[in-house]
Design a protein around this ligand. Sequence first.
Ligand code: CP
Length: 337
Amino acid sequence: MHYLDLADFTNEEVLNMIELSRMLKRADKLGACPHLLEDRSLGMIFMESSTRTRISFEVAMTKLGGHALYLKPGEIHIGKSETVKDTALVLSRLVDAIEIRTTEDEDIAELAKHATVPVINGMGSYIHPTQALCDLMTMLENMPEGKDLSDVTLAFIGDATEYENCGTALSHILPRLGGNFIYASPEGYIADEEFYAPARKACELGGGTFTIVNDPEEAVKNADFIYSSVMWYEGYDADMEGRMKVFLPKYQLNEELAAKAPAHAKYMHYLPAQRGYEMTDGIMDSEMSLLWDQAENRLYSIMAILVKLLKGTKHEASDALKAEQKAKIEAWMVENL
Ligand code: CP
C-alpha cells in the first residue's frame, strides 16, 4: 500500500487516520508515545527543500521507535548513475518505507511502481497529500461548534491551477467528506474544466461542493476556514513580477478581507509563507491563525500515515524466538570470531 494521494483511501480510512493522528498527539503530549514502529526504517528522498515535511518524517520515526535516513540528492545515485526503478528495488531490500519529494511526478509514480515497500508522496508538482491529511486534522481540531468535515466550508484564495498542489489535494478529498471547497482565483489562474474532474467526482461521491469564483469576498463570506498559499516560488518562477501584479492586493489574505468572513473563520497556510504578500503579518500572527498548529500537526498526521502503512508489514518474532536466535548467534561467535 502506497500513500500517493489521500483520495486513494476511503472516507473511513481518512477519518481513521485523522483519529489516529489525534490519539498519537495526545499520547505524545503525555510523554507516552507508543513505539509502534520499533526496528523499522524509513528512507527519505528530498530532491527539493523542506522544513516541515522532512523534520516531521524524521521525528515521527524516532517517536515511534524506528529510524529515518535522509537520502540527500547528489549523495545517492538516483536519477544519475542509477535509475529510479533500480533505486526502488534496492531501497525495498534495505528500508521498510520510502518517502520522496520531487517536482518530477513521474519519478514518484516510477518509484511506487517498482518498490515492494510503501512509497509516500512527500510532495510532487501535482499534489501534496501529506499536507492535506494534516489540514483536515487541524480543521477538525478547530471546528466551529456544531460543524464537522461533512458540512464545513473552506475558502482557498489564490491560484486554482496545477500550480497549487495543496489546494488540489484538499479539493479531491474535502467534498468527498461532504465539505465545501471554494477557490477565489483571478482570471488566467483557473485551469481547464478537465483538471477539476477529481474534485467534481468527490462532490458526486460525498455530497460536498466545489466552486470557483473570482471574488475573494464572495468566497470568504460563509467560510469557516480561509486558506492562503504562496503567490510564487522563489527561484522557480520566471514571472514573479507578473504574478505579484495579478494577485496583489486583491488576493491577499489581509485584515480587510478577513473582516468580510464570519467572525469565527480561522486562517490557514501550509507554509512557508511570504509574509506581507499572500498574508499580512497581522493575519499570520493573529489569534485566529492556525499556521503553527498546522506545522505541528504535520508531525502527528505523518506518524499516523507511517503507522497505517507499516502496521503488519513485518513478521513480529516472539520473545522466545528472539532469545533462541540471540543464543545461537552468540554461541557461534564464541567459536568463530
Ligand atoms: N508545508 C510543507 O510542505 O512545508 P515544507 O516545504 O517545509 O516541507
